[in-house]
Structures are given as structure tokens and as C-alpha cells.
Design a binder for this molecule. Structure first.
Ligand SMILES: *[C@@H]1O[C@H](CO)[C@@H](O)[C@H](O)[C@H]1NC(C)=O
Ligand SMILES: *[C@@H]1O[C@H](CO)[C@@H](O)[C@H](O)[C@H]1NC(C)=O
Length: 368
């Protein structure tokens, strides 16, 4: 080997080594990711709680890398996992996981809890779940803990530069307004008034997230609530999507987009990004074959009509090939469907992502 390097090269090399050492650990770990919301994004918090809303036993997780049930409501990965994958990061840990300590805090955290909604009275039948105000409290507690590791200034920077995902609202209809006939909320509000109320409360949640330092927040609307196997089984004779729940989703989603663009113009920045989950799901629900699915009506795991009744358990029907089903259980998409959704989050047009998609966000933010 040629040992006659000019001195300047050695100097430059030395400089590079020194720079590599002083780069804060936070940056070396890439961008942090924080997740809030319900079962569509919970990755195991409810495993630690006394609740009936849980996915910690087989066949949940059958296609997860470990083939174990983790608390994700999926046969494999869920939407936050696939977003992490796209960011080149490891999945965030559930906030309640005892493993979420030390350097792992730098990756971010998942605060989501299956069963919750925007409103505090949503999901009360599930007993002990982490309501959204508590998730936000935990976010604050998380920041105190991270400050102990890297200091307050670096913590704030890391939170400001993070990507945030929040998925809420579906349960305010499915597990509240429409849970039983003549529910308390449906006696209190007409559907359009209820939607306006939920949106006004959601707005407060988003403003609180902003106060807590979030500066890039993906906000998903609800999916097509009336088209999930559970609702087809309970409310549909002919396999058409259930009308009242579809009406709820079609009132809720446009108002969510308006509310978000209102907040952004008040703030004067595109902090919040509306994810049109309704449209993303409708693509493969209206033409499942075009996406490689044999059905978008029958859940892979469940029982009764459309496999839409009750819970997915070891006693349920289970499809042999999860890749050809859009729905894993009566309410939740398969990993394969989640991948289609995240693809639209990454590169979708304004029909799916407002005001911009995640690949645009990542390109923008990598410049600052
Ligand atoms: C929900 O509960 C939290 C915590 O108890 C409270 O701060 C908040 O105001 C409640 N929200 C509504 C809409 O009642
Ligand atoms: C979304 O991402 C793609 C790149 O994958 C880009 O070409 C397109 O313009 C973006 N659309 C919007 C609305 O930002």
C-alpha cells in the first residue's frame, strides 16, 4: 500500500473523523417519528392495559417478521411501520414499552391506543385505554425524559424536526355515535351537528400538538367506515357499503381538510397535512382486482357473514394467503393494503395528500 499520502490528505481525513464524532447522536439517528391515535396505528400500547381492545394473541402478527402478535391490528406491519421503513428508520416502540429507554428514545415513540377517538366518551366500553389528551400528556412526559438524555434544546429541535402521524375519528362514529341504536350522542346531535362537534374538538387536539412542538403532522381522515367487513355484516344485505356510516365519513373528511387548511393559514405554514384515507381505501374497495385482491368485502380472519362478526381469534376462519385480502380482520386492513396506502401517502397527488405528499415533505425538510 502506498504510504506516501500528502500531509494535507491526512489532515482532511483527521477533520472528517473529528466531525463524525461531534455530530450529535440525535442527527446520527435520522429523523424522529411520533404516532398518535387509534387501532389503525397502535403498535402495542394496549398490551400493557386492562382492555378488551387488544391484538396481542394469534393469529395477529402471523406475517410479522417474528410471526408473533405484538398488539398491531394487522397480520404483519401497520401504517406507521411502513412509514418508518420509508424513512429508513426502525419502527417506533409503544410508549408504554419498558424497552423505550436511553438511545431508543431518539427514534421517537408511538402513543396510539386502540379504541380511542377524538371525544373522551368514545370507546368507554373498552375500559382502560389511552385517550388522546393522555397521549398528549405522555408526549410531554417523553420530552422531559429525552431532555434528561440530550438536553432541553436538542430535544426541542428533535421534536420540531420530527414527523408526526395522527389517526383519529373513525371510533367517534363506529364506537360511539353508531355503536348502539339511540346512542347518547345520537340523541344529543343530528349527524351533521355531531360531525361539526367532533371536528371542533379535533382542532383543539391539533393545536395542542403544535404547542407541544410538532411541526410536520400527517392527519388522516377516516376510511370508508360503512365498507369494512364488520359493517357489511351488521348493516348490509346486499354487500353495499352501509349508508349511514358512509354519510358520516363523507361529512367528516371534507370538513377535516378545511379545518386543517384553516389552521395552516393561521399559523402561516404547512404544519398539518391532510391524508385522504377515504380515497386511498376506496381505490381498492371499488376495484379490488386492480390491486391484486380477490375481495375487499370479506375479512381474512373472522366469522359470520363477510367474516365480519366478533373478533379475530385462533378459533376464527383464517385465509391462507393474506396478500390477496384487503381486510385482515373485520375493521383493519392487511399489511398489503397498508402498503398501498403508504405508497399514496408517499407519492399521491393532491387528490390524496393536501397540501403535499410525504416524499415532497422529506425533500423539503432535508434541505433545512
Ligand atoms: C377530555 O378529558 C380531558 C382530561 O380529563 C379534559 O382535559 C378534556 O377537556 C376533556 N375533553 C372534553 C371535550 O370534554
Ligand atoms: C408527490 O410526489 C411525487 C414524487 O413522487 C411528485 O412528482 C408529485 O408532484 C407530488 N405531488 C404533490 C401534489 O405534491
Amino acid at each position: 500500500m502506498d504510504t506516501s499520502f500528502p500531509n494535507s490528505s491526512w489532515l482532511a481525513l483527521g477533520l472528517v473523523v473529528v466531525l463524525a464524532i461531534v455530530v450529535p447522536r440525535a442527527e446520527a439517528q435520522g429523523r424522529a417519528f411520533f404516532v398518535f391515535g387509534d387501532s389503525l396505528v397502535d403498535n402495542g400500547n394496549n398490551d400493557y392495559l386492562v382492555t378488551t381492545a387488544r391484538a396481542d394473541s394469534p393469529p395477529y402478527g402471523i406475517d410479522y417478521p417474528t410471526h408473533r402478535a405484538t398488539g398491531r391490528f394487522s397480520n404483519g406491519l401497520n401504517i406507521p411501520d411502513i412509514i418508518s421503513e420509508q424513512m429508513g428508520a426502525e419502527s417506533t416502540l409503544p410508549y408504554l414499552s419498558p424497552q423505550l429507554t436511553g438511545e431508543r428514545l431518539l427514534v421517537g415513540a408511538n402513543f396510539a391506543s386502540a379504541g380511542i377517538g377524538v371525544l373522551n366518551d368514545t370507546g368507554i366500553q373498552f375500559l382502560n385505554i389511552i385517550r388522546i389528551s393522555k397521549q398528549l400528556e405522555y408526549f410531554q412526559q417523553y420530552q422531559t425524559r429525552l431532555s434528561g438524555l440530550i438536553g432541553a434544546g436538542a430535544t426541542q429541535l428533535r421534536v420540531n424536526q420530527a414527523l408526526v402521524l395522527i389517526t383519529l375519528g373513525g371510533n367517534d362514529f363506529v364506537n360511539n355515535y353508531f355503536l348502539v341504536p339511540f346512542s347518547a350522542r345520537s340523541r344529543q346531535f343530528s349527524l351533521p351537528d355531531y360531525v361539526r362537534y367532533v371536528i371542533s374538538e379535533y382542532r383543539k387536539v391539533l393545536l395542542r400538538l403544535y404547542e407541544l412542538g410538532a411541526r410536520r403532522v400527517l392527519v388522516t381522515g377516516t376510511g370508508p367506515l360503512g365498507c369494512v367487513p364488520a359493517e357489511l355484516a351488521q348493516r348490509s344485505r346486499t354487500g353495499e357499503c352501509a349508508v349511514e356510516l358512509q354519510r358520516a365519513a363523507s361529512l367528516f373528511n371534507p370538513q377535516l381538510i378545511d379545518m386543517i387548511s384553516g389552521i395552516n393559514s393561521e399559523i402561516g405554514a404547512n404544519v398539518f397535512v391532510a391524508v385522504n384515507a377515504m380515497q386511498m381505501h376506496m381505490d381498492f374497495i371499488s376495484d379490488p382486482q386492480a390491486y391484486g385482491f380477490v375481495t375487499s368485502k370479506i375479512a381474512c380472519c373472522g366469522q359470520g357473514p363477510y367474516n365480519g362478526i366478533g373478533l379475530c381469534t385462533v378459533l376464527s376462519n383464517l385465509c391462507p394467503n393474506r396478500n390477496i385480502y384487503a381486510f385482515w380482520d373485520p375493521f383493519h386492513p392487511t399489511e398489503r393494503a397498508n402498503r398501498i396506502i403508504v405508497q399514496q401517502i408517499m407519492t399521491g397527488s393532491s387528490k390524496y395528500m393536501n397540501p403535499m405528499n410525504l416524499s415532497t415533505i422529506m425533500a423539503l425538510d432535508s434541505r433545512t
